[in-house]
Design a protein around this ligand. Sequence first.
Ligand code: PMP
Length: 360
Amino acid sequence: MSRATNFFAGPSVLPVEVFQQIAEEMVDYKGTGLSLMETSHRSKTYDEVHNGAVEMMKEIFSIPDNYKVLFLGGGATLQFSMIPLNFLGEGSTADYTLTGTWSKKAAADAAKVGKVNVVFDGKEKNYTTLADASTLKPGEGSKYFHMTSNETIGGIQWKNWPDTGNVPLICDMSSDILSRPVPVEKFGMIYAGAQKNLGPSGATIVIIRDDLVEKCPDSLTAYLNYKTHADSNSLYNTPPVFPIYAINLVLKRMKENGGLEGMVAHNKKKAELLYSAIDNSNGYYRSPVDEAYRSNMNVVFRLPNEDLEKKFIEEATAERMYGLKGHRSVGGCRASIYNSMTIEGVEKLTSFMKDFASKN
Ligand code: PMP
């Protein structure tokens, strides 16, 4: 078996050991004579998988007891609607930070439900820098304060958190959840699509504080109401069984490898390797992102011109390094080095970068 090196932004790299275990268990799950894929979500077999994922998430991410961990469908994108539907309402206002593609999408959906107060807008600097988050303040009477911890396309990442007082802080952590420690108790709600650091696509994790659950309006239809899912441990309807099963395996592996602390060291090393390859290239590779806010998950970079970028991506692809093309909206190159990317994978890329620069 020869595996390629996967720099895709999502769905993205997962541990090969997890795929191997899934392959082994797929036809006959732990001697039950059934695949988990054909097993009822109300069975004891599935219960263990589901609750195991919830419990490991709580343990690894240090989630306090007054929060629920939910697994929902609809991607992180459904959260862009569910958040304002549950907490905003017509006529009221919520704070949004605009830091790139994803936060703007979240704000655009909220603006269809109520009023959006922009507390930070990176537009002037083309979304290449952020601010000291501790200087950001919620607006008067705001229902919640929304931010996107890591902009997957722009490769930019908040390094600290605002103090929003009684205004619930809500954060989209789709592309950096479990990559670094987070003071969960500062947040009213954290959400993330699974398909970057947690597992395959199809499940969205929602970590929500109990008092916010109690605020969800009864007038909402069942699925759109967080209370429905919080009251039924995400089993109101059939949950996304396969991704939750894979998340369980990814979390188990993470625990075995030093939990969040182990992951922080692993991610720091990878980001340092890649950014120093960029910074030590005599300007051949260039990061457009303010150094203070560079993402440790999505590393975006440019070459001297677009023809060279095209050649770089083609030759890297021939070397079986996939997914290095920047998002179509911004161009350039992007290497996503999520939790499951190995040090060897990043080293393969940095050595290719050096070689390419010397030949071109
Ligand atoms: N937020 C961020 C930060 C993302 O990177 C993405 C997807 N790349 C989304 C939201 C949307 O997620 P989904 O495709 O799961 O709806």
